[in-house]
Design a protein around this ligand. Sequence first.
Ligand code: GLN
Length: 474
Amino acid sequence: MIDLSTLTIKKAHDDMKSGKYSAVDLANAYLSEISKKNKEINAYLEVFSDIIEQAKEADKRFKDGTSTLLTGIPFAIKDNILIKGRIATSASKILEGYHATYDATVIEKLKKEGVVFMGRTNMDEFAMGGSTENSAFGVTKNPLDISRVAGGSSGGSAAAVAMSGSLGALGSDTGGSIRQPASFCGLVGLKPTYGRVSRYGVMAMGSSLDQIGPFGKTVTDTEIIYNTIKGKDVKDGTTISDNTYTIKKLSKKPVIGVPRHFLGGDGINKDVIDNFNLSLEKFKKIGYEVVDITLPNIAYSLAIYYVIMPAEVSSNLARFDSVRFGLHKDGKDGIDDYFVTRGAGFGKEARRRILLGTYVLSSGYYDAYYNRANAVRRILTQDFVKAFEKVDIILTPTTPAPAFLIGEKTADPVAMYLEDIFTVTANLTGMPAMTIPSGFSEVGGKKLPLGLQMTGRHGEEDLLFRIGKEFLGE
Ligand code: GLN
């Protein structure tokens, strides 16, 4: 029996390399957990039928000496990332019957390592949401408390790792969709610097905000996955090379900045604040300096995000036109086909955002909303750049509260949007941000994970990994 609960990528690799068990044994161990749990949790929309064949290929690499750290490692992939020949739906009915015709760059890179793709994971439709309740295929439950959400929009990927249904996972993060579910499920999740990871072959939501990133059980695992998927890609003109940003050389322990003025809102749970303060004490104990900083315009970040993101959504989702991809419904004529198909194919939240986005981009409102939001986005980024002259990372909780109950916020979209208060800034500024598990909140006899979010300067993922490891004692 392989003990999956304590397994990490590094350990699984060592075990397979030394012949303790094979990639096929490992795949079977995960498959058996999936068959026990997925019906209830709904992390996977599809479990692939060729897992054992993939694992056999991995075993060959252990035999012929071409294995790498990720060879044979079971992976869960969010359903908005294309894997050639496989179904990809973004958890939307509008992509019914669609099969990917090529591999996303991140998939190509993972294939080169010989990972084992376990399946496609559930998500909020086209990554719009924070609870995976906007999926056309049912909610994903939190493996740590099935009355609660696993977070979103990459809820399926987080739940897959948390229920021992995979060892690593990929998600996408436009406003927090990796970090928030990672935090709700007790995992590490990274939103890389904008441009560090190729978006080629990933269904676009908000193109100036989207990044693909890893989920792992440890910082080390997350780092291994990130180092594999990152890099400049000729197929994505927004990608950057390793030396695009100058990395600051530190002569002493990194200084932590805390925007205290932003942590006092009524919507922030007491356990979250207590845990955050305890985490700061822990940092001080291991020698870090903690200072207060001011981010004068951070209070506008949610408002900016909820103008820019729907604007980009409305334009990106225009491609689902009943002709090129997936679902087609006949209307009275060609134009009517478009309306009928989109009306039937898109769920409520997708339609809400398309409407909002079309509104803020329409003539007469473009300057008042979209352009103004972009102007404030630039000012907000400057605030962060300035703060980073004095500190090396900025620390906040990842979410204002632990995982909420399924159904708790579905009737109130604004309450759901407020969930993103701490996460959207990293997407707006393009800076890297990582969540690490920092403790628990006990609710009704259940231990709900809490997360700590560290934001770094552009290009400084390595510093986040270093600090994360020191905090967790890895
Ligand atoms: N919860 C945010 C939203 O609904 C984030 C989504 C995401 O990162 N994909 O927009």
